[in-house]
Design a protein around this ligand. Structure first.
Ligand code: ADP
Ligand code: MG
Length: 563
């Protein structure tokens, strides 16, 4: 069958153009991406053979190999893993499935300078396409385990690629790069140099659990094939002693499992011994992924059993409100065949999950004092997700409230915690006042705010949609009731003031009785009651809900959801 020519999907084409004219300074990462894909493919093959014993696959010597040819200036990364079918090649390599890509490309166009573009690329990560930073032609040959036909994919990255069937492809995938001409000014290194390759593998991929082999530096000359040697230590970072692992090594593991190109914000290590032994290595990313609020966003914790990768997106280990946490949990006493269903019902797993959650929350709390800058980044990126926990996780409600922060009338720009709000409370104030609304500006000019401003009382300004919901179910913090300033009677005065006000009110009530009766008659269909108020200092009127009514903003939200 002749080779078929396909066009890259528009977004893929734009991305490739950027890679070809790369502005990304750290080009070495292309190798990390290829090795990462090869390692994933080996993991997948092992899992599939565990689950399906009819699969005809060779699993006798699973490994990754790197072969360089100085003369031809080619570099090949090969694995004997799961491979891809013809359709998978077209689907996975010719298009970009990631729904955030369009947004990413838009932002990239708007990026002001090279540094800004570079940062964006780093946040997004471009996987396989990173090869085009260093190669002007890429050839991928693959055969899916269990299938007879292989597939060859080839492209120079300029708009089209070809796909054809091949007969003699070995199981797994090989990716061969024809390297661009060496260009020292562009800091393009010689990627055929064994020394350089070894150094990159050590730096980025040492922890990969499969052997990465390279031809050993030939000692003699004329001998036949030089022996292959394994370059990586294959040691799981979580199994090494704490002080023997560097921050950079953690960072590279994070990048491998998260597909993120930026360093994590925080690394968390945990170890449990005894009847149910496990190690966990968790990461808080430094930025939110594009699809954090999209349906079906996956959780980021992988399950290993005794160093063997078992599954991605292990929902039994993290609640949805911590779906942004990435990492690895390695349990010693589970079966390699463990299924999602079994995990969901396992009591030990449940206990482990509870400990992991507590540890994540206590880490955030420590961050607040130990590195406030990191905490601010964390909250900006993930605060909205974390607050979902106030509705889902009663056990940790207090801990969640402790690490949350909010806009407040106290501070024009910064955020405040509930703890510091409470510390600032006035003599005699026994409630935490808040208002929910669409924007800070709208709330600040709201009539509800007037009395509070006049009395110098601090009000929290809650603008996230999720705030509307959790404030309904969280009654208090530190024994102080949370009180909406837009609901029911808010008691701001001392007894003495009250008596005086009451007398005044009665008098005014009589004075205005006619007007109130008239207004009630006119507006009767849309209101429960028209009342004289002592709360307003500037505005003539405002709408107040009963304590148990939904707020106007929540009403809007329900309406938008079609309820
Ligand atoms: P990502 O790894 O983040 O999914 P990549 O661009 O690196 O994105 O790879 C795209 C997809 O192509 C992978 O998800 C995988 O399905 C497939 N793929 C890439 N390399 C290999 C490989 N060596 N073996 C099998 N499948 C691969
Ligand atoms: Mg990848």
């Amino acid at each position: 069958m002749p080779a078929e020519t396909f066009e890259f999907q528009v977004e893929a084409r734009q991305l490739l153009q950027m890679m070809i004219h790369s502005i990304y300074s750290n080009k070495d990462v292309f190798l990390r991406e290829l090795i990462s894909n090869a390692s994933d493919a080996l993991d997948k093959l092992r899992l599939e053979t565990l689950r399906d014993d009819t699969l005809q696959a060779d699993t006798s010597d699973l490994h990754i190999s790197i072969e360089a040819d100085k003369e031809k200036r080619t570099l090949t990364v090969r694995d004997n893993g799961i491979g891809m079918s013809h359709d998978e090649v077209v689907q996975l390599i010719g298009t970009i499935a990631n729904s955030g890509t369009a947004k990413f490309l838009r932002e990239l166009k708007e990026a002001k300078d090279a540094a800004a573009s570079e940062e964006l690329i780093g946040q997004f990560g471009v996987g396989f396409y990173a090869s085009f930073m260093v190669a002007d032609e890429v050839t991928l040959v693959t055969r899916r385990a269990g299938e007879g036909q292989g597939t060859r994919w080839n492209s120079d990255g300029e708009g089209t690629y070809t796909v054809e069937s091949v007969d003699d492809a070995p199981q797994g995938t090989s990716v061969t790069l024809r390297l661009k001409p060496e260009d020292t000014e562009d800091q393009l290194f010689d990627y055929t140099s064994p020394w350089k390759l070894r150094e990159i593998v050590k730096r980025y991929s040492d922890f990969i659990t499969w052997p990465i082999r390279m031809a050993a530096a030939a000692p003699g000359e004329d001998d036949a094939e030089p022996a292959a040697e394994t370059v990586n230590s294959m040691k799981a970072l979580w199994a090494r002693s704490k002080d023997s692992v560097t921050a950079e090594e953690y960072s590279e593991l994070y990048k491998h499992i998260s597909h993120d190109w930026t360093d994590p914000l925080e690394t968390i290590r945990m170890q449990a011994e005894g009847t149910f032994e496990y190690q966990a290595l968790l990461f808080l990313p430094s930025h939110a992924p594009q699809d954090l609020f999209m349906q079906g966003h996956k959780r980021g914790v992988q399950l290993y059993v005794k160093r063997v990768f078992i599954m991605d997106d292990c929902e039994a280990l993290m609640p949805t409100y911590l779906r942004f946490v990435k990492g690895v949990v390695d349990a010693q006493d589970l079966s390699l065949n463990v299924s999602r269903e079994i995990l969901q019902q396992d009591r030990q797993i449940e206990m482990m999950r509870r400990r992991l959650v507590k540890k994540v929350l206590s880490t955030v709390k420590e961050m607040m004092s130990a590195s406030p800058e990191n905490y601010r980044t964390f909250w900006k990126e993930f605060g909205r997700v974390l607050k979902e926990g106030l509705l889902q996780d009663f056990e940790n409600r207090d801990a969640l409230l402790e690490v949350s922060s909010f806009a407040s009338t106290q501070d024009e720009e910064g955020l405040t915690t509930l703890r510091s709000y409470v510390d600032r409370m006035k003599e005699g104030q026994d409630q935490i006042y808040f208002m929910t609304g669409e924007s800070r500006a709208a709330m600040e000019s709201s009539p509800h705010m007037e009395a509070f401003r006049a009395k110098g009382l601090e009000v929290l300004l809650l603008t996230d949609p999720v705030d509307e919901v959790w404030v309904q179910s969280v009654p208090e913090f530190d024994g102080k009731q949370l009180q909406s300033i837009a609901k029911g009677e808010v008691d701001l005065d001392s007894d003495e003031e009250k008596e005086k006000a009451e007398a005044e009110r009665e008098q005014r009530q009589q004075e205005y009785a006619g007007l109130l009766a008239w207004m009630t008659e006119q507006l009767g269909d849309s209101l429960k009651e028209v009342r004289l108020s002592s709360r307003l200092t500037v505005s003539p009127a405002c709408i107040v809900s009963d304590t148990h009514d939904v707020t106007p903003a929540l009403e809007n939200m329900y309406r938008a959801m079609g309820e």
